[in-house]
Design a protein around this ligand. Structure first.
Ligand SMILES: Cc1cc2nc3c(=O)[nH]c(=O)nc-3n(C[C@H](O)[C@H](O)[C@H](O)COP(=O)(O)OP(=O)(O)OC[C@H]3O[C@@H](n4cnc5c(N)ncnc54)[C@H](O)[C@@H]3O)c2cc1C
Ligand SMILES: NC(=O)c1ccc[n+]([C@@H]2O[C@H](COP(=O)([O-])OP(=O)(O)OC[C@H]3O[C@@H](n4cnc5c(N)ncnc54)[C@H](O)[C@@H]3O)[C@@H](O)[C@H]2O)c1
Length: 503
């Protein structure tokens, strides 16, 4: 669908550059109830990476993986599905439907219905409140914002400086999420969320030789250590070759033929690892982190350095830019590169822009809608491996490094009735990190089937700093897996009682 803008128009109250979830949300929150108008400038597809290339297609493929795997551990169902494989073409059709066959018509229509204009083209700052938009034919148009410009251009894959890697035209996350050809032999460079989720579906889709090369000592190194250990055991048990504390030294691909996303990009690839091993694979998937998509944004025209994650204050205004007219939300600002965090920041930015445009002072009471109260240390994340990892707040290590008086408590799901009713052999573990002085939870991690939907209770407890004595009265329903909360509180109580007796 084309953009929706009067060709002669050149001024809006709010100009948003980047139409991913963060940019869309900022435009909606700045304009609803405020009387302001806004335009979203988008160079590719309204909906962003999240809808077309990241969260939506990946989770559309992972849900069938989880459901088959869960069924394989429930008597009465497992007899039907053990040793059965996914119907991969059906899963890919499901994925294609979920991301609208890469067509952003519905997303554009949604913005227009909400009264937000859409302008196709690549936007970049050219001075205060001014954005130059270059369309696909190279035509330029200068637009200005009466009140605010919001940068929401997302992030791009980081390419490690490995000789031969770039030239080999390896896969990046877009190929993995929009997979059409399943490589039989694949090397995954990195062991973070992108890598671990992709390994989960590549295995389920029938890739027979998967090697993961991660430079740090653990998979999902930012999670509690038990998570990486359990994932490692699961991957290795399923035949995935995981090489920790290793790097790729060089890559060679004689025949390169990049026929498009998700298709194998050429002939076999020779990969030399730093230990001296040489592997031959059909594809390399680079999943080695992200960089800010702020390189061509004209940041230097307002005195900012290009290419780094943009630094913002608690109201999402970009630091070191006078006048409070420039905001950044979502991945372009880091450091929590997740859709829900980008949308949260965008809600804050939108409300701040509306208040400032009306000349209203920003709210100052705790948990007001004009201030980011989540960063740092209260960020939730679900990683949709099999089983899932769900975590919020600080890990034990991070809490100790930040000087908290830390108590930790862990429990597996062995004696939770809801767990053995859900699965015949439920494997999972939960951990709480407690600030002993304040007697509140500051971190929680759950690993197990269905944990994604368990997380929000922990997020609410961490953000609200619910006192542990209050949590005793938040009764988990029987027989649900969430009774693990009771086990955790009992374990904490027991440890404290023992300490009292010992003292
Ligand atoms: C494989 C994968 C899986 C993921 N899964 C999850 C998940 O399950 N849950 C989760 O919370 N997060 C997930 N993420 C992270 C999530 O995708 C990002 O945090 C999210 O997309 C960021 O939203 P955004 O709006 O900041 O950026 P984006 O979604 O990247 O949108 C930015 C938009 O800006 C446009 N743009 C860029 N430059 C310009 C310009 N100069 N002018 C105009 N337009 C421009 C782009 O075309 C794009 O449409 C995943 C990431 C990956 C890679
Ligand atoms: N479900 C989710 O919430 C979800 C899913 C996917 C991605 N994401 C987000 O997207 C972002 C990007 O994910 P990611 O996994 O690409 O990045 P990441 O930074 O989280 O992990 C990259 C991993 O690659 C390793 N690495 C980097 N260079 C390497 C090298 N040369 N050799 C070997 N290992 C190397 C790093 O040690 C790290 O463990 C993350 O911030 C993540 O939170 C979120």
């Amino acid at each position: 669908m084309a953009g929706s803008v009067n060709p002669d128009r050149s001024e809006w109250d709010v100009v948003v550059v980047g139409g991913g979830p963060a940019g869309q949300t900022a435009a909606l929150y700045a304009t609803r109830f405020s009387g302001l108008d806004a335009v979203v400038v988008e160079s590719e597809r309204v909906g962003g990476d999240c809808h077309f290339w990241a969260c939506i297609p990946s989770k559309a493929m992972l849900s069938p993986v989880h459901q088959l795997s869960a069924g394989q551990d429930v008597a009465g169902v497992k007899e039907l599905v053990t040793d059965r494989h996914l119907d991969v073409p059906s899963v890919l059709r499901r994925r294609d439907a979920a991301n609208d066959h890469l067509d952003d018509g519905d997303q554009v229509a949604g913005m227009l219905r909400a009264g937000v204009d859409v302008l196709r083209g690549r936007g970049g700052l050219s001075g205060e409140r001014t954005v130059v938009v270059r369309d696909a034919d190279g035509r330029e148009r200068t637009i200005t914002a009466r009140h605010a410009v919001v940068l929401a251009t997302g992030s791009l894959p980081r390419i490690p400086p490995v000789p031969g890697l770039r030239e080999a035209r390896p896969w990046f996350s877009r190929d993995a999420t929009n997979i059409h050809e399943v490589p039989d032999r694949v090397l995954v460079l990195g062991g973070g969320p992108v890598a671990c989720e992709a390994v989960t579906w590549l295995r389920a889709f029938g890739a027979r030789n998967i090697t993961v090369v991660e430079r740090s000592p653990r998979l999902l190194a930012r999670a509690e250590p038990f998570v990486g250990d359990a994932l490692l055991a699961g991957f290795r048990g399923a035949g995935v070759d995981v090489r920790l504390e290793q790097r790729v030294e060089r890559v060679e691909r004689a025949e390169v033929n990049d026929a498009g996303p998700g298709l194998i990009h050429g002939g076999p690839i020779m990969v030399r690892l730093d230990g001296g091993d040489v592997l031959t694979v059909d594809e390399v998937l680079v999943a080695a982190g992200r960089v800010s998509a702020g390189v061509d944004l004209g940041l230097q025209t307002v005195g900012l350095a290009a290419g780094e994650f943009l630094s913002t204050d608690r109201h999402m205004a970009v630091k070191d830019v006078p006048g409070q007219w420039l905001y950044a939300v979502g991945d372009v600002g880091g450091p929590a590169l997740m859709t829900h965090m980008g949308k949260y920041q965008a809600r804050v930015a939108g409300e701040v822009i509306a208040a400032r445009a009306a000349g209203r002072p920003l709210d100052t009471e705790p948990f007001n809608r004009h201030t980011d109260a989540v960063r740092p240390g209260r960020v939730p994340q679900v990683i949709f491996t099999d089983p899932e990892v769900a975590m919020v707040g600080l890990t034990e290590q991070a809490a100790r490094e930040q000087g908290f008086d830390v108590e930790v408590v862990e429990s597996d799901f062995g004696d939770v009735d809801g767990a053995f009713l859900a699965q015949d052999t439920y494997h999972g573990r939960a951990k709480l990190v407690v600030d002993a002085r304040a007697d509140v939870i500051i971190g929680a991690t759950f690993m197990g089937i269905g944990m994604a939907e368990m997380l929000h209770a922990a997020t609410a407890a961490v953000v609200a700093a619910t006192p542990i004595p209050t949590l005793w009265h938040a009764v988990p329903s029987f027989p649900t897996v969430s009774e693990v909360w009771l086990r955790l509180l009992e374990a904490l109580d027991e440890a404290r009682q023992r300490q009292l007796v010992a003292a």
